[in-house]
Design a protein around this ligand. Structure first.
Ligand SMILES: Nc1nc2c(ncn2[C@@H]2O[C@H](COP(=O)(O)OP(=O)(O)OP(=O)(O)O)[C@@H](O)[C@H]2O)c(=O)[nH]1
Ligand SMILES: C[C@H](OP(=O)(O)O)C(=O)O
Length: 212
């Protein structure tokens, strides 16, 4: 299976701007990228980073495509050799902000049945996909989970859904940082701890505070 990890290093994680300045957001997004690449690699796959600009990572190939996300991913699908035995006719797209990703979660994604397998993100997005149907194309942003199901239906592709807390948690909003502190096992969690973040436990949901 070919595994592609889209990554936009330009002003990443802008929804965390209230908690992290721009250079911190870049460093944290890199830590998440490394955690995702590590999980993919330990699940037995060689990830390729699909990046908007050159990025240095030790354990993955990098392909630069500065088009917006949907066009760049569809470019990969357009150029994919579906009958090439090396990739078994399967392309996975795993987002770089899945800080809780583990090898087991990636294996569950890879093992799920369906011409198109979707791991939904909280909030309506698509955090990870496996595409095994040559006519399927992506349409990210908005309610992309719903859109990807519709597109699959339009091209006659069966759909599998992976119900995984680890793949459903994309780190977009400040409240997601609490999930990383609670459940993270890798570099992203260490980065937050080193930056002074800790859990803020009150009557309601758990949040984060940062020591100043
Ligand atoms: N190659 C590529 N990857 C992208 C692009 N836009 C987003 N991504 C990646 O797709 C994943 C999901 O994107 P978002 O959740 O919107 O991440 P983001 O753009 O860093 O965050 P926000 O600024 O808060 O929207 C992350 O891994 C991003 O790095 C793009 O235009 N090209
Ligand atoms: C890429 C996009 O991510 P979100 O903005 O929902 O985090 C999506 O999943 O369609």
């Amino acid at each position: 299976m070919r595994v592609v990890v889209p990554y936009d290093g330009h002003d990443p994680k802008s929804r965390l701007a209230g908690r992290l300045d721009e250079s911190e957001r870049r460093a944290f997004s890199r830590a998440m990228l490394r955690d995702v690449l590590d999980a993919v690699e330990r699940a037995g796959h060689d990830p390729t980073v699909l990046a908007t600009e050159a990025v240095s990572v030790s354990n993955a190939d990098v392909v630069v495509d500065d088009r917006p996300l949907t066009a760049a991913v569809n470019g990969v699908l357009d150029g994919f050799e579906w009958s090439d035995a090396a990739d078994d006719g399967e392309v996975a797209v795993v987002m770089a902000d899945l800080a809780l990703a583990t090898p087991d979660a990636i294996r569950r994604l890879a093992d799920a049945e369906g011409d198109v397998v979707v791991a939904p993100g909280r909030g309506g997005g698509t955090n990870a996909l496996v595409v095994r149907h040559p006519s399927f194309r992506v349409d990210y942003h908005g309610a992309s989970y719903r859109d990807h199901r519709r597109i699959a239906e339009e091209v006659g592709a069966s759909v599998g859904v992976v119900d995984s807390m680890r793949l459903a948690t994309d780190v977009d909003e400040p409240s997601d940082l609490a999930e990383v502190l609670l459940h993270g096992r890798g570099e992203s969690r260490r980065w937050l701890v080193d930056a002074g973040f800790e859990l803020a436990v009150s009557e309601g949901r758990v949040g984060v505070t940062r020591e100043s």
